[in-house]
Design a binder for this molecule. Structure first.
Ligand code: NAD
Length: 369
């Protein structure tokens, strides 16, 4: 087992364990083929953890997460736990992981697989071959800034306040993630803010430019206002490689970019923390979708978002570009073979189960090797 590839697997609730099972099969395949081995430990999170430990994230699980090289997360939540007190809700487990691991950079790729081009609402020529990465600052900005709150004014009307605030270190650390990841891709970063109307945007732009000029001159940097970026994402998304932006704009722009690609069942994500002295970052990888209680237990979920999250783990935590590309190519080949779970079903295609989609990916891996 590779000691530097310690993965904590947290399948969670609903379809989480079903999609994670397909990742486990790919991990086993890598091991059997002697391509790579991983030290995988599995634990409970969310409702499953509440049922066993009375909390959505046990202290021991949190400790394991801190000690692992990467966490792979399925999904949490479901009607069974909807009425629990706020602190015990399944989602608190995920939020605690993000907070305690200080995961400040959220990565959302928008990757279009040719066989699914028809699933997008945009014209095929606009999205064919699309591969962009949105990096959203996750722990600062408007969602956390002080002062915040709702107050009643002397005349009886009310006033709601949120504060957009960023400091140099917050901008620089997410900027570094963007520049470093761009170096592993097409070497282009577009930094997005509203420097035309917001001082925090002026600071964001200046700090990004300074960081670029001092440490990342080899990467191409451009700046764009957030409203223009929203337009450009639907007009000509292929102009982008890496987009880096704040928490609020990133929330909106990453959803917009995600929908260029079609289905929720295809969308992976990663959240990264600060690099330690060896350059390794704390990291959590998860599909964007939730626990899908409506289809849970039916072997009907699309496991590809979880498999693509695993591919992101290979790429960004373990520097295994070839293996990450291999998983992505196998996913593409499985789709080309006509395999479709219900969420991406197209006329004339075969509807397959979660397990059968896993079979199709494994078959493709065999062929590609
Ligand atoms: P959801 O993402 O679970 O499901 C939305 C719709 O998409 C459903 O119709 C579902 O069947 C479908 N879907 C989702 N993933 C799919 C997949 N892989 N394959 C096929 N179809 C898929 O969102 P929701 O219904 O709003 O939430 C359900 C539960 O999940 C709630 O308890 C919510 O709190 C939780 N949730 C958890 C996370 C997370 O763990 N990160 C994220 C979102 C929602």
């Amino acid at each position: 087992m590779a000691a530097n590839r310690k993965i904590l697997s947290l399948p969670g609730d609903g379809i989480g364990p079903e999609v994670m099972r397909q990742v486990n099969r790919v991990v086993e395949w890598f091991d059997k083929k002697r391509i790579a081995s991983f030290d995988v430990t599995e634990d409970l999170v969310g409702g499953a953890a509440f049922d066993k430990y009375g909390t959505p994230l046990a202290e021991e699980t949190m400790r394991r997460a801190m000690e692992s090289d990467a966490v792979l997360f399925g999904a949490v939540g479901g009607p069974k736990w909807d009425n629990l007190p706020f602190a015990q809700k399944p989602e608190r487990g995920l939020l605690r992981l993000r907070k305690d691991m200080d995961l400040f950079a959220n990565l959302r790729p928008a990757l279009v697989f040719d066989p699914l081009i028809g699933a997008s609402t945009l014209k095929p020529e606009v999205i064919e071959g699309l591969d962009i990465l949105i990096i959203r600052e996750l722990t600062g900005g408007t969602y956390f800034g002080e002062p915040r709150g709702i107050t009643t004014l002397p005349d009886g009307t009310r006033r709601g306040v949120n504060t957009q605030v960023y400091t140099t270190p917050e901008i620089v650390r997410v900027g570094r993630v963007a520049f470093e990841l761009a170096r592993k891709r097409h070497n282009k970063v577009c930094s997005v803010e509203k420097a035309n109307v917001m001082e925090s945007g002026v600071l964001w732009r200046e700090e990004m430019q300074k960081l670029h000029d001092t440490e990342y001159k080899d990467v191409e940097l451009s700046h764009m206002y957030a409203d223009n970026c929203a337009m450009q994402l639907v007009r000509n998304p292929k102009q982008f490689d890496v987009i880096v932006t704040d928490n609020l704009f990133g929330d909106l722009l990453s959803d917009c970019a995600a929908m260029l690609t079609g289905s929720l069942g295809m969308l992976p994500s990663a959240s990264l923390g600060a690099a330690d002295s060896s350059g390794r970052r704390k990291a959590l990888y998860e599909p964007v979708h939730g626990s899908a209680p409506d289809i849970a237990g039916k072997d009907a979920a699309n496991p590809l978002a979880c498999l693509l999250s695993f591919a992101m783990m290979l790429r960004y935590s373990f520097d295994m570009k070839e293996e990450a590309d291999l998983v992505q190519r196998a996913v593409k080949a499985a789709l080309e073979s006509g395999a479709r779970t219900g969420d991406i079903l197209q006329p004339g295609m075969a509807r397959v189960s979660t397990t059968q989609m896993g079979d199709a990916v494994l078959k493709a891996l065999e062929k590609l090797c």
